[in-house]
Design a protein around this ligand. Structure first.
Ligand code: GUN
Length: 292
């Protein structure tokens, strides 16, 4: 059996970031410094890591960035006020409120309050509609955009392929399905989820299987067709006393058991994760270009 191709998201992301650095320099020469604001409410440790690397990447590319860390007890109105101030700030082209916020926050209302022209997450209803309409002026959510880029750069042909997406979130599953079925991609798409009957047999149909459920190592070898391409979006922390941090990161796919059956697979970490940040930087450049 030939070993699978490991889809190296870190390397592809680095190439995307090189392009972003060059475009940021060109924009800056015209007096436009791309600016991203990242808002974190509360102290979720994983979110703190993600927000930290988003802001750090901005610095590496010559973007302006602002990290706004708010206490967990921040009220809905206080958060809305922060978003409105960022909407009005000409130095900020992109606004991202890290998800999930604390339970008392109505995330829907916060997303709707973001100026859709600055919604670099692509979560605002206007951008969700533009994705469905295949209107390129909208913003595509970063994680599914990163998955598509990884497939494209790796030369994986989605035309006519059977794709199965496990997970129906607005952050990954639904936009991923729309991208796969779009006229650029032309896959035949099934969206499966926790209530799907006989998930394993649905997954076994897939030429391209995208796992975005947030359940560590849920996808097993007998869920995967021989020769399938497997994209693992999960980044789960599982306890591991042998690690200094006390945990290790694992995907939604049981990599050790699934990898030998695949033609290509993304590792965790180093697969989809770095692509998400790279696509956020691309979206921020798009916002800066469009807002001028
Ligand atoms: N939490 C997990 N992924 C994302 C993302 O892409 N954007 C935001 N805002 N929060 C997230």
């Amino acid at each position: 059996m030939t070993p699978p191709r490991i889809l190296d998201g870190k390397a592809v992301a680095a190439a995307v970031l090189d392009e972003c650095r060059a475009e940021a320099a060109a924009l800056s020469a015209r007096g436009i410094i791309p600016g991203l604001a990242v808002v974190l409410v509360g102290e979720d440790p994983a979110s703190q890591v993600y927000v930290g690397s988003k802001v750090r990447t901005c610095g590496e590319l010559g973007f302006h960035s602002r990290k706004i860390e708010l206490p967990a007890h921040t009220t809905q109105d206080e958060l809305l006020e922060v978003v409105r101030a960022l909407n009005a700030d000409p130095a900020i082209h992109g606004i991202l409120v890290q998800s999930p916020p604390p339970k008392h926050i109505d995330e829907e209302e916060i997303i709707r309050a973001i100026d859709p022209r600055k919604d670099v997450d692509g979560f605002h209803p206007e951008n969700v509609a533009k994705l469905a309409l295949e209107d390129p002026s909208g913003f595509v959510p970063c994680t599914p955009a990163g998955c598509m880029k990884l497939l494209e750069v790796s030369g994986i042909d989605t035309n006519g392929a059977e794709a199965v997406v496990i997970g129906r979130s607005m952050i990954v599953g639904k936009p991923m399905a729309l991208l796969l079925v779009s006229k650029h991609s032309n896959a035949t798409v099934t969206i499966a989820h926790s209530r799907s009957r006989d998930l394993a047999s649905i997954c076994r149909r897939a030429d391209i299987l995208v796992a975005a459920v947030g359940r560590p190592e849920m996808v097993k070898a007998d869920w995967v067709k021989q020769g399938a391409v497997v994209i693992d979006v999960g980044i789960n922390r599982v306890e591991d006393p042998s690690k200094k941090s006390g945990y290790r990161l694992t995907g939604d796919v049981d990599y050790a058991e699934v990898a030998p059956k695949c033609s290509a697979i993304t590792p965790v970490p180093g697969g989809v994760g770095p692509m998400t940040i790279a696509m956020l930087m691309k979206n921020t450049l798009q916002a800066a270009r469009q807002l001028g």
